[in-house]
Design a protein around this ligand. Structure first.
Ligand SMILES: [Zn+2]
Length: 334
C-alpha cells in the first residue's frame, strides 16, 4: 500500500517544475508547517476578531510535541505583483496605502492599519508557500489563511485579501504544464469571494459546504455548493462530505487541493450554526486529507474561520487539522 501511494505521489509531484529557493534549503523531513510571526497585528481592545489565535496554534503544536521547530517553514510577504493575479490594481493600491473609507472598513470588520495590511500579506504568502511545498512534499499546513470572503475589488467579513485565490492563481501560472486546482472549503460560511473569482476559470473547481442560513446573506455560485441546515451534527456532516469528495477527485482530477479547514462548524463557535464536536472536526480533516493524498494529489491546508473569546480553546481547535495531517503524514509514509 505504501509503495503504491509513494509511486502515485511521485507521479503527481513530478509536474512541479519551479520551486522557491527556500524549498531547496529546507532539510526537514516531517510534515511542513507554514508559520510567520507576522500573521498577527494589533487590533482595538475588545475587537471581535480573535487575532491572538495564530501564534497560539503553533505554540500548542510545539508544546504538545505534535511537531518540532525544524518542521516550521517561514513564508515571504506576498508581493503586490503576486496579489494582482487576483485583486484589482485600484483596490490593492487603496488597501496598501490606507485609502479605505469608513463604509468599506465596516464591511471588512477591521479598522485599517499598516499592521493589518502587513499581516494579511504574510498570511497570503503563507498560503502560497503551503501550496508550493505541498506540490513538492505532498502535504503542507499553514497556521493561518482561508480568507475566502475577499473579492477582487473589496474586502468583506474579516477577509481583506483572498489567500486561497492568490495561491490557486500562483499554482496555475507558475508551471510550464497545465494545472488544475480544487478548492475544498469546509468553513461554515460560503466561500463567496473565491467562488466569484473563479466562476469563469475552468482550471479551478470551487467546492463549498456551508450553513445555508449563515453569512453571507447573498451567496455566489461555486462549482459545487452544498448548503446544510442549522444544527447539523458530526455523522450527517461527515457523510455529506463523503458523498461528494471522491467523485469530485475522480472527475476533475486536480493537481493540487487547497483545503480550508475552518473550525466554525463547531457547536461552541460564536458565529457557526452547526453542531460538530472536536472529534467530528478531526474525523472530517482526516477523511479529506487521506482521501486526497491516497489519490496521489498534494494538499495544502489553511485554518479558516473559528470564533471564540477563549483564545487557547480556539487555537487548540484550529490545531486539529495539523494533528490530523501529522497522522496522515505518518500513516501514508510521506
Ligand atoms: Zn467562516
Amino acid at each position: 500500500m505504501k509503495r503504491v501511494l509513494c509511486r502515485r505521489l511521485g507521479a503527481a509531484l513530478s509536474c512541479c517544475t519551479r520551486f522557491h529557493a527556500q524549498l531547496v534549503r529546507h532539510e526537514s523531513t516531517g510534515l511542513p508547517i507554514i508559520h510567520h510571526s507576522g500573521y498577527v497585528c494589533e487590533l482595538p481592545t475588545n475587537h471581535r476578531f480573535p487575532m491572538a489565535k495564530f501564534p497560539r496554534v503553533l505554540h500548542f503544536l510545539l508544546q504538545d510535541q505534535v511537531i518540532t521547530d525544524r518542521q516550521v517553514w517561514v513564508p515571504e510577504i506576498a508581493s503586490k505583483d503576486l496579489l494582482s493575479g487576483v485583486h484589482t490594481e485600484e483596490y490593492l493600491s487603496n488597501f496598501i496605502n490606507g485609502k479605505i473609507d469608513e463604509r468599506e472598513q465596516r464591511r471588512t470588520g477591521f479598522p485599517w492599519s499598516e499592521g493589518i495590511v502587513r499581516r494579511c500579506r504574510y498570511e497570503t504568502g503563507g498560503t502560497v508557500l503551503a501550496a508550493e511545498v505541498a506540490l513538492q512534499r505532498g502535504l503542507a499546513c499553514s497556521t493561518a489563511g482561508g480568507t475566502h470572503h475577499a473579492f477582487p475589488g473589496y474586502g468583506s467579513g474579516f477577509c481583506l485579501l483572498n489567500d486561497l485565490a492568490v495561491a490557486a492563481k500562483y499554482t496555475l501560472s507558475n508551471s510550464s504544464t497545465r494545472r488544475k486546482v480544487l478548492i475544498v472549503d469546509l468553513d461554515v460560511h460560503q466561500g463567496d469571494g473565491t467562488a466569484f473569482i473563479f466562476k469563469e476559470e475552468p482550471s479551478v473547481f470551487t467546492f463549498s459546504v456551508h450553513c445555508g442560513k449563515n453569512f453571507p446573506l447573498r451567496k455566489q455560485q461555486s462549482d459545487l455548493d452544498i448548503s446544510v441546515e442549522d444544527g447539523l451534527e458530526d455523522k450527517e456532516y461527515l457523510s455529506t462530505v463523503e458523498q461528494h469528495l471522491p467523485w469530485l477527485l475522480e472527475s476533475f482530477r486536480p493537481d493540487l487541493v487547497l483545503y480550508d479547514a475552518g473550525v466554525d462548524p463547531h457547536w461552541e463557535d460564536e458565529l457557526g450554526r452547526l453542531r460538530l464536536t472536536d472529534e467530528g472536526l478531526y474525523q472530517r480533516d482526516l477523511y479529506v486529507m487521506k482521501t486526497v493524498v491516497s489519490k496521489g494529489v498534494p494538499v495544502a491546508t489553511v485554518i479558516g474561520g473559528g470564533y471564540s473569546r477563549d483564545i487557547d480553546k480556539l487555537a487548540l481547535r484550529h490545531s486539529i487539522v495539523h494533528r490530523a495531517a501529522t497522522q496522515v503524514w505518518r500513516e501514508c509514509g510521506m
